[in-house]
Design a protein around this ligand. Sequence first.
Ligand SMILES: [Mg+2]
Length: 404
Amino acid sequence: MPKQLEAPPALEFNRIAGNGNAATGAAQLPAAALELAAAMPMPTVTPDPSLLDRKIIHCDCDCFYAAVEMRDDPSLQGKPLAVGGRADRRGVVATCNYEARRYGVHSAMSTAQAQKRCPQLIVLPPAMEKYRIASRQILSIYRDYTELVEPLSLDEAYLDVSATPQCNGSATLIAQEIRRRIADTVGITASAGIAPNKFVAKIASDWNKPDGQMVVRPHEVDAFVAALPVGKLHGVGRVTAARLNKLGAQTCADLRGWSLLHLQQHFGKFGERLHGLCRGIDLREVCPSRERKSVSVEETYVTDLPDLQACRQALPELLVRLAERIARAKAQDSIGKLFIKIRFDDFQRTTVECSGSVLDQETFSQLLETGYGRRRRPVRLLGAGVGVAEAREQQQSGLFDPQN
Ligand SMILES: [Mg+2]
C-alpha cells in the first residue's frame, strides 16, 4: 500500500485516481534510451531566484454559495444544503455545505443523485447577483493588500504579497487578517494556503478547511511535495494520475526517481513540467486577469445610509481608502475620470461620472448629490473611483492630494 497523505474531510479535490490500487515496478526504459539519457547533458534550468522566494496566498471561501445562503437565512445552518439546479431539470450541485458532504454529496454531482444520497437535502437555486456582491467585497479586501490578485472564481484567488508592507510583511498574518475581514464584512468563512508558489499554496488552502489556513515555508516545500499523491499536481487530472500510478508512481517522491527524459518520453512537453512540479518548482506568476481600467473602493453599510447628508459624511473615509489604492496602483498620473456608484435599498444602482484628473472631494460630493437625486432613497452601498487612462498621457504631478 503506498503511503498516502490523509486527505482532510472537506477536500474538494477529485478523488485520487489509483488510490489503494498500488501498481508496482517502474516502467523499464529500453537500454538504448538509457544510454542516450546518459550521453545527453541534463538541461539546466536556472529560474529567476525572485520566483523561488515569493509569498503567495491562495485564498478560498468555504462552500461559497451555500455559505452566503446560510448567512442570509440562519435557519439553514446545521442542515444539509446544496445550491444548484433542480433534479427534475437534470440540474447539478454547484456547491453544498459540510453537512451535505457528510452524506457523500459533492459539487458537480447531479441533484437527483445528491437527493438520493441525502433525502432531506435542501436545494436552493443559485442567486448569482447576491454572490457577485459578496465576490466584489472579497476581491476588494484582497486588493487592499496587493495589486497582484488573480481571481480563479468568484471566491477564490491567488495573491502575491511578496512586496506587501502590511502585517510586517508576514504572509501568515496577512492571510489571517484577510480571513477575519471576510468574516466581519461578508459574513462567511474563508481558508488560505501560504507558500512560495501557486500550486503548493492551492493545496495548502485545502488542508485546514473550513475556516483555517496552512503555511508551507520555503524550506518545507520539498518534504511537503514529496509526500503528495501525484494526482495533486497542477495539470494532473484523473487520466494522467491513473497513467502515472500504472507506471509505478504514486507520490511525488516516486516521481522524482524518474529522469527528465523518461518523463518526456511518456508525457511529451508536460513531462518537463512534471519534473519540476514533483520537486515543488512552479514558476507561474500571479497574473491580475485583466488590464485595470479603473481603481475604486466601495462599502456596503450594515445600516442603510438614510439620506444625502449621511452619504456625504461617509465620503471622506471612502476617499482616503481610494487615495491609498490609487497610490498602490501607481495610477496617480493617469486618472481620466471620477465616478460615484450608489446602490439603493431597493437594489437599484446608479453611477455618475465626470472627467477629471484630480481626486477632489468637492467634485465627488457633487457626483454624489446628482446620483442620490435620481432615486432619493436610503443607500446600502457607496463606491468612489477613478477611471485610469490606458496610456499615461496626462503627465501631471502634484495634483494628487489625499488631504483634499
Ligand atoms: Mg471556494
